[in-house]
Design a protein around this ligand. Sequence first.
Ligand code: FES
Length: 159
Amino acid sequence: MNDFEENVRKALVDPQNQGEMSDADSVGTVGSPECGDMLRMWLKFTEKDGQKVIDRASFQSFGCQTAIAVASMATELLKGKTLDQARALSAQELSGDLGALPPMKIHCGQLVEGALRNALDGSVAAPSPTQVPTLSDQMKQPTGKLKIRFQQPEGERDA
Ligand code: FES
């Protein structure tokens, strides 16, 4: 196991800032055309020294372990950043202490970057996060080519 994989494994033991944010000011959702994974990010803003900054960020993911680890790292990194500072962060930068994303995992980091940008772009007229369909609901909707099936837990199958 290389350093990056080991860091991802450690981050997944206790992912930070997972889950919906009921009082969010903005929400962004993005899906990866490469693998079909989806990630949603919520942002809460505050005012610091006369500037609008990110107070808190949270995420929900139907994605791979790398996307979850990067989102965990990114939501910590974003605290206190101005919107311009946040918008300037690349997928590699959002990976923080996980280390450089290997080529096969770059799109996983870009999933996080995309959700962040989507949330930042929606910040002017943010929809009420409670009116946004859940990520789970959104994934259950037919998307054309991509078909996602949710498995029943062992005990509930063929009951
Ligand atoms: Fe899809 Fe990582 S494999 S986001």
